[in-house]
Design a protein around this ligand. Structure first.
Ligand code: TRP
Ligand code: ZN
Length: 882
């Protein structure tokens, strides 16, 4: 656990970056492994950095029992400062070998950062600042060293001993112990270091790179899960081939390891040649994983693999640059998934995810630029903003420079910076220089806070015979936005004629007809674009493909939204139009207005259902309503009950009015050919399950019977889970049986039990609070397992507003109690859960006061972790009202 003082911690500032006073060129580590007490000896070859003023060697360490410190083999004078977790070594010559020996306690480590125990295995998590929990070191990403690691431990308990790089030597020791020596020839920052030791089964394969290097691919899991590794292995091979094809990037070592663990704070970690994964992003088979799980695994495997170049070979100079590797690598994994699957559906999913998770962050007390200016606890900045909005920022380079231009920029980036720790500015310069482009203004995307708005309006200039489009941009109110100025915003536009056919977009003064989608680049506060040869009633389709991470303000009529939803050539634009139309109807229902456009929406949905044979996956995306949480985003005060009631009402109406079409879809979409987790087979399943859900929403007579049959007859987890959710969420007859059956069927499968917990935690009913409380005592639940906390408590707090905001405060109280405990167990996971109180000011006085009380209780806790403290303090200070 990091230092917990009682005075508020001072934030680290981006502007205060200083190069390190000492370099470490090479480090030799020795681990004497044991679950209760592991001894770590480190020999660092240090060298003073002549470019900065001399200062004593200062190392970081947290929770270490220091046994010895030596300089060139002689005992050293050192000063261990517990409060700031540093060790200052006096009298180190310009170059020296500094040795430290420490003891750590993996079994006691519930924070899952540093060296810890999961099941029977010992493993490490070092990003961002976990290496200092293993040994004394300048634990910052701009200090890059080569590592040689010797692992020794009991042969029975730890038959497999892994670290980064190549295995150089193995052998026997006394007392049933053995050892392995690993050498990583690539200099790396300490956050990419990893070891794994335990009794693991192995799935092996090979990949031959295009230059002919044969790479051994090895996946490890607990022996009982060895049969669930094949999909991840295939995903890795696809990723390796894709990165060669699209970016010319080859793997650089002879081995690549992936290890699955059940105890992990995040999704996965890109440690050099030893990726460690949350088991949920590795293990899959037809009975236990949904199609969505299969896709998520493929994408996370790709993400971590892609980090080998964007993150590892070229890394971050400091943690403010996190989006340099994360935004870029998310962009890369999104492109990979688009190429492997459906680009249109993938784009919709990514933008929809951005709007659901990142927009609230941008509007909340922790709002920060993709490149933050300050932090107290860096773990709190692994956010949707840094990752997902960061990926949109990277995508804009490609939109502006074209695919080839982007590739030229990437090539120059690697040519200049391979082996270095660099900044977002270095990336931007490579993009600019490779294309002779001026991207100075683009830098503002890295400094602005919150979601910008683009206001659009159109008019027809009769005298000139031109259609005029006006765009104006605006940043949200925020102290950090004061000196930003106008952003460089790519806006893709198109127009439809009255028959909904695309029109060429030609600017006034051009002699030849333009393309059907045109890229405009807004660089001023306001701009006017004039188009010739467009009819006065041409229907604008704006911000196609979501060409910039902004909110678009344009006053479409409901009828025009329905036209765009039905006929625009851009799938994202269709989805957004449908979203807007349903938001408008829901808005009217929430405010209790009698007049609304539900009929138009029903018509639009009917048309989608009717044409869904072509692309059932896209149809499934179009046939969805915004969640209660999303509808709450733009409201102040928020009335959760009214929002929920409106949503139930509209879903009911849609289900009833479309009943025949839905039944017909449910029948015709029954599986035909061979099962596959992707492609047409998965797309059919997707739409079929949407149809089932809507039939249940509509209260259709045999929904219960159909759902039960669907559940019992399912030969895959996608169908079984969809049927299960429908039964439980709609409290259909058969729900209790399904709950018992599911529990008993999957009692031994941790990952499937997570789904069982999550379905119950997200039932939109006030009684879900009591269910969650009861389930916390279930034998399969553990507060010290992040997946369990996320699937039961996280899902409840973040995805079940109806129950979380129960009028009597029982939901807040439950989450408050869990946070109090998590703060002692795992602050990193706790801090994420604490953000569920961020919008406390936006609710009615009673709820607002109860949420505030939970925040204040936490703030007053003695020894509160910096992680939770940072979140809670920001929430209490927030004046925005949400
Ligand atoms: N770098 C990891 C990724 O993007 C993220 C990560 C995994 C992480 N584990 C972590 C970040 C622990 C902070 C702490 O894939
Ligand atoms: Zn990443």
């Amino acid at each position: 656990m990091s230092a917990r003082g009682d005075q508020p911690r001072t934030p680290v500032l981006r502007q205060e970056y200083r190069p390190p006073a000492w370099w470490v060129d090479h480090v030799e580590l020795e681990f004497d492994l044991d679950a209760t007490e592991t001894r770590v000896t480190s020999r660092m070859s240090v060298r003073r950095n002549p470019e900065v003023d001399a200062e004593p060697l200062t190392l970081s360490g947290a929770g270490l029992e220091t046994k010895r410190v030596e300089i060139d083999g002689e005992p050293a004078k050192f000063d261990e400062r517990g409060a700031d977790e540093t060790l200052v070594v006096e009298g180190v010559p310009e170059r020296a070998e500094v040795t430290t020996e420490v003891v750590v306690h993996p079994e006691r480590n519930t924070a899952l950062e540093g060296l810890y125990k999961s099941g029977a295995m010992l493993l490490t998590q070092c990003e961002a600042e976990g290496f200092r929990k293993i040994t004394w070191f300048p634990d910052r990403p701009d200090v890059m060293a080569t590592y040689r690691v010797r692992l020794a431990g009991d042969r029975e308990r730890f038959p497999v001993l892994l670290s980064n790089g190549n295995c150089m030597e193995t052998g026997e020791l006394d007392d049933g112990r053995h050892f392995a020596v690993w050498n990583d020839p690539f200099p790396k920052p300490s956050y990419l270091f990893a070891i794994v030791a335990g009794e693991l089964s192995e799935l092996a394969d090979t990949f031959t790179t295009r230059s002919g290097r044969e790479v051994a691919l090895k996946f490890y899991s607990e022996p009982e899960n060895i049969g669930q590794l094949d999909h991840a292995m295939e995903s890795l091979k696809k990723s390796m081939a894709w990165d060669e094809e699209r970016f010319g990037l080859e793997y650089d070592l002879d081995v690549f390891h992936v290890v699955a663990t059940h105890d992990f704070n995040m999704g996965a970690m890109e440690n050099k040649s030893l990726n460690i994964f949350n088991a949920r992003y590795v293990l899959a088979d037809r009975e236990t994983a949904t199609d969505a799980d299969y896709e998520a695994i493929e994408s996370v495997i790709a993400h971590e693999y892609f980090h080998n170049w964007t993150g590892n070979r070229v890394t971050c100079r400091d943690w403010f640059q996190l989006t340099l590797k994360e935004g870029l690598t998310v962009f890369r994994d999104q492109e990979f998934t688009a190429d492997m699957r459906s680009p249109g559906v993938k784009r919709i999913q990514d933008v929809s995810d951005l709007m659901a998770r990142q927009f609230p962050e941008d509007a909340g007390p922790m709002a920060h630029p993709v490149r933050p200016e300050r932090y107290v606890e860096i773990n709190n900045f692994y956010t949707a903003t840094v990752y997902e909005k960061g990926a949109q920022v990277v995508r804009m380079y490609e939109t502006l420079l074209g695919r080839d231009g982007f590739r030229r920029g990437m090539d120059l980036y690697f040519e200049r910076h391979d082996g270095q720790a660099v900044t977002c500015d270095d990336f931007r310069r490579a993009m600019a220089d490779a294309n002779d482009a001026d991207l100075e203004q683009f830098e503002r995307w890295y400094r602005q806070v919150g979601t910008p708005t683009v206001e659009a309006s159109t008019r027809y200039d009769e005298s000139a015979g031109e259609l005029v489009l006006e765009l104006a941009q605006r940043l949200p109110e925020h102290p950090d936005n004061r000196n930003i100025g106008a952003l460089m915003i790519p806006v893709k536009v198109g127009f439809l004629d009255t028959d909904n056919r695309p029109l060429p977009v030609t600017l006034s003064g051009e002699s030849e007809a333009g393309p059907e989608t045109r890229l405009l680049v807004l660089t001023d506060e306001k701009a006017e674009y004039r188009f010739r040869d467009l009819p006065a009633d041409a229907l604008p389709s704006l911000l196609r493909d979501y060409s910039a991470p902004v909110k678009l303000d344009y006053d479409w009529s409901s009828r025009d939204l329905a036209r765009l939803a039905g006929f625009d050539s851009d799938p994202f634009s269709r989805w957004r139009a449908m979203r807007r139309l349903s938001e408008r109807v829901l808005g009217d229902l929430i405010e209790g207005r009698d007049e609304h456009d539900a009929e138009l929406l029903i018509e639009a949905w009917a048309a989608v259902l009717d044409g869904s044979g072509e692309d059932p996956a896209l149809a499934a995306e179009l046939l969805s309503l915004p969640s209660v949480g999303e509808l709450a985003q733009d409201r102040d005060p928020v009335d959760i009950e009214a929002i929920h009631a409106a949503r139930v009402e509209l879903l009911g109406l849609l289900g009833r009015r479309l009943e025949n079409a839905l039944r017909e879809r449910f029948d015709t979409l029954a599986p035909t050919g061979e099962w596959s987790s992707e492609g047409p087979d998965a797309a059919r399943r997707r739409l079929r399950n949407v149809a089932l859900g809507l039939l249940a929403s509509g209260g259709c007579d045999d929904a219960a019977e159909w759902a039960s049959k669907h559940y019992d007859g399912a030969d895959n987890m996608t169908d079984r889970l969809a049927a299960f959710r429908t039964l439980v969420h709609h409290e259909l007859e058969g729900a209790q049986d399904a709950l018992a059956d599911f529990e008993q069927r999957f009692a031994d499968d941790q990952l499937v039990m997570d789904k069982w917990f999550a379905v119950q935690a997200t039932r939109s009913d006030e009684r879900a609070v009591d269910d969650v409380r009861r389930l916390m005592d279930h034998a399969a639940f553990r507060l010290n397992n992040p997946n369990k906390v996320r699937s039961l408590i996280g899902a409840f707090a973040m995805m079940n507003p109806v129950a979380f905001h129960r009028a009597d405060g029982a939901g807040y109280k439950l989450v408050g109690e869990v946070l109090d405990k998590l703060d002692d167990i795992n602050p990193q996971v706790g801090a994420r859960l604490a953000t569920s109180f961020n919008r406390w000011r936006a609710y009615d006085d009673k709820r607002s006061a109860m949420m505030k009380e939970q925040l204040q209780k936490l703030a007053a806790k003695k020894g509160l972790s910096p992680d939770i403290e940072e979140i809670v303090t920001a929430a209490l200070k927030d004046r925005s009202g949400g």
